[in-house]
Design a protein around this ligand. Structure first.
Ligand SMILES: O=C(O)c1ccccc1NCC(=O)[C@H](O)[C@H](O)COP(=O)(O)O
Length: 390
């Protein structure tokens, strides 16, 4: 797979001087054959798309140089699609390695412009470190032991027909940059079980530690406890590697944020998810992002975030605005499931976004703050939506 999506940032480059990489001897003749195990499973097809970790060392280095050169253009390509979030600091990484010390440069160029950009820059560094610890080839092996994928979109459709209300994706969310800590006594398994009992169709589990106090351990614990609701890994995905990682931890769906990812990345990552059997929720916030995403044939599941992730402003009329006119028509024609996300607190809010055309809602704050979570779900919908109610 050529293009922007296949040339990702080079993790180790963020903390190593370029000369240490360029000074390494290279083999200019790049072999194209891939030694993959023969199997017809979807995982293997996905492996073939992300194969460079299986390459011999000199080829890997050459690829990394190409990645580095191409990543320089990433911000430019993204900007041409109206994406304001930069993948990494334009003047170089914030951490500079100088002998045994590291120091942080603070200047206008390498200071994030908003919280989303700060999250993405942090994620870039974090993913780089995780990838070094668990490269793709070993991650792919871990997929063999991952629990089976459950049908995320199917669960939402089923809940929608069962209750006549939008299917609920209930968020296991301890804290957020905009609201701080939402729930002090935070037991992810207890929360997940209560949501499920209350009638949630699916769960969204925050995986980011730094900004949301979430974790992949939470997601695994929820799965291991036997919760049947399919799980959305709520993470800031910037590399395909993270999709495999999420799958290895039991995720059934992932989130892609259009404000962060260029079209080619969305397309490429959606294909990887499909091969792994996972659902891809593509999140938009404005008309421009919606139009970009509707231009991607593979997209079948769209989230409209009522929260502007750059300013934290929440306005649920955003969902209505983005589903009006031609956009709404196209969505209905393609039978795309739309999720109304953020800022939903009351039965009136739910009715409002349902009227606008959503078949599902993603809700965190308003339910996670309730002392009785099961009742919290019923309170949000204005009625008992649990399985025992019908
Ligand atoms: O919630 C935040 O403050 C936030 C900040 C920066 C990036 C993402 C953020 N939230 C992710 C979400 O969109 C919400 O967790 C989700 O839609 C649920 O929202 P809510 O019901 O308002 O908790």
């Amino acid at each position: 797979m050529e293009g922007l999506a296949s040339f990702r940032a080079v993790p180790s480059f963020t903390s190593r001087p370029r000369s240490s990489i360029l000074g390494t001897a290279l083999n200019p003749r790049r072999g194209n054959s891939l030694s993959l195990p023969s199997s017809s499973s979807s995982n293997v097809r996905a492996q073939q798309m992300e194969s460079k970790d299986d390459e011999p060392e000199p080829v890997k280095i050459e690829l990394k140089i190409k990645e580095w050169e191409n990543s320089m253009y990433h911000n430019e390509v993204a900007a041409s699609q109206g994406i304001r979030i930069r993948r990494r600091p334009p003047t170089g990484p914030p951490l500079h390695y100088v002998g045994p010390f590291e120091f942080r440069l603070q200047n206008e160029g390498n200071t994030p412009r908003n919280i989303l950009e700060e999250i993405i820059w942090h994620k870039d560094t974090q993913v780089a470190q995780l990838k070094e610890r668990q490269p793709l080839y070993s991650l792919k092996k871990a997929l063999d032991n991952a629990p089976p994928v459950r049908d995320f979109i199917g669960a939402l459709r089923a809940a929608n027909s069962r209750t006549g209300l939008p299917g609920l994706i209930a968020e296991v969310k301890k804290a957020s940059p905009s609201r701080g800590v939402l729930r002090e006594n935070f037991d992810p398994v207890e929360i997940a079980q209560a949501y499920e009992k209350g009638g949630a169709a699916c769960l969204s589990v925050l995986a980011d530690e730094k900004f949301f106090q979430g974790s992949y351990d939470n997601m695994m614990a929820i799965r291991d406890a036997g919760v049947k609701c399919p799980l959305l890994c709520k993470e800031f995905i910037i590399e395909a590697w993270q999709i495999y990682y999420a799958r290895s931890k039991g995720a059934d769906a992932i989130l892609l944020i259009a404000a962060v990812l260029p079209d080619l990345d969305i397309k490429y990552m959606t294909k990887i998810c499909k091969m792994l059997g996972m659902a891809t929720l593509v999140e938009v916030h404005d008309e421009r992002e919606m139009d970009r995403v509707l231009g991607i044939e593979e997209v079948e599941f769209i989230g409209i975030n009522n929260r502007n992730l750059e300013t934290f402003e929440v306005d649920i009329s955003n969902t209505k605005k983005l589903l009006e006119g031609k956009r709404g028509e196209e969505i209905r024609k393609r039978d795309i499931i739309v999720v109304g996300e953020s800022g939903l607190f009351t039965p009136d809010d739910i009715a409002y976004v349902q009227e606008a055309g959503v078949k599902a809602v993603l809700v965190g704050e308003s339910i996670v703050k309730q002392s009785d979570l099961e009742k919290g779900v019923a309170g949000l919908f204005g009625k008992d939506i649990s399985l025992k109610s019908v």
